[in-house]
Ligand binder design. Structure first.
Ligand code: PGA
Length: 254
């Protein structure tokens, strides 16, 4: 049975004050449930503050990205090993904003996935198609290629210790959520694609939905058989909304 996971992605948002108040609220909420996991991925500069305020609670935390290098002359990068030192469990890799604004190829994302795992972090691999690709019916092709690059670099068994987040780019921050039917169709396809390499891996891996997932639509999305939770951007910056999403996942957890 796959555990439900509700993960926030704060992106480039927050202040010391909002970090402390949101983490306190989410840690208290996470402590109410033992069948659902809640996590926050925060800007690297705030991870120490997240650790200070979440430590000892059931709330997990992670980074929004990692570099492929652990140390050296790489100005401005975030080392997986250093991130791990601050208690992170997760590291998002391949978010569409990194792929798009920083020209990260799927091959490079696969190397970040490897570096994260080597440092003891659980990679959260983001995949998803653009509006143009969606309209051209290329969704499955796009997500398959993004997954294949990671399999080529790391092997299929690497997904035994990773999470996948399907995030259609056209739904991110736009208020346009994929309908539960569209999202489930892609999640099911992703699981079938993984099963063509390993049934065991396909069955075990958590696949989160991301893209304007909020307190209003979370429950319906999470009821789909292949949707194991959500990766939440905007709504994870609001205490009441994110706690409601955790609550929605917990209500469905067995
Ligand atoms: P959104 O972002 O929930 O604001 O659409 C999701 C994400 O990019 O992870």
């Amino acid at each position: 049975m796959r555990q439900r996971l509700v993960m926030g992605n704060w992106k480039l948002n927050g202040t010391k004050e909002t970090v402390v108040s949101l983490i306190k609220a989410f840690a208290a909420e996470a402590n109410k449930y033992d069948k659902v996991e809640a996590a926050i991925c925060a800007p690297a500069i705030f991870i120490g503050l997240v650790e200070e305020n979440a430590k000892g609670s059931r709330l997990a935390w992670g980074s929004e990205d990692v570099d492929v290098n652990n140390q050296g002359a790489f100005t401005g990068e975030n080392s997986p090993v250093q991130i791990k030192e601050f208690g992170c469990k997760y590291a998002i890799v391949g978010h569409s904003e990194r792929r798009g604004y920083h020209n990260e190829s799927s091959e490079y994302v696969a190397k970040k996935f490897k570096a994260a795992q080597a440092a003891g972090l659980k990679p959260v691999l983001c995949i998803g198609e653009s509006l143009e690709e969606f309209e051209a019916g290329k969704t499955n092709e796009v997500v398959d290629a993004e997954i294949k690059a990671v399999i080529d670099e790391n092997g299929i068994d690497a997904f035994k210790n990773a999470v996948i987040a399907y995030e259609p780019i056209w739904a991110i921050g736009t208020g346009k959520t994929a309908t539960p039917e569209i999202a489930e169709g892609v999640h099911k396809h992703i699981r079938e694609y993984l099963a063509s390499f390993s049934k065991e891996v396909a069955e075990g891996v958590q696949i989160l939905y991301g893209g304007s997932c909020n307190d209003k639509n979370a429950s319906e999305l999470f009821q789909q058989p292949d949707i194991d939770g959500g990766l939440i951007g905007g709504a994870s910056l609001k205490a009441d909304k994110f706690t409601k999403i955790i609550e929605a996942a917990a209500a469905l957890a067995k």
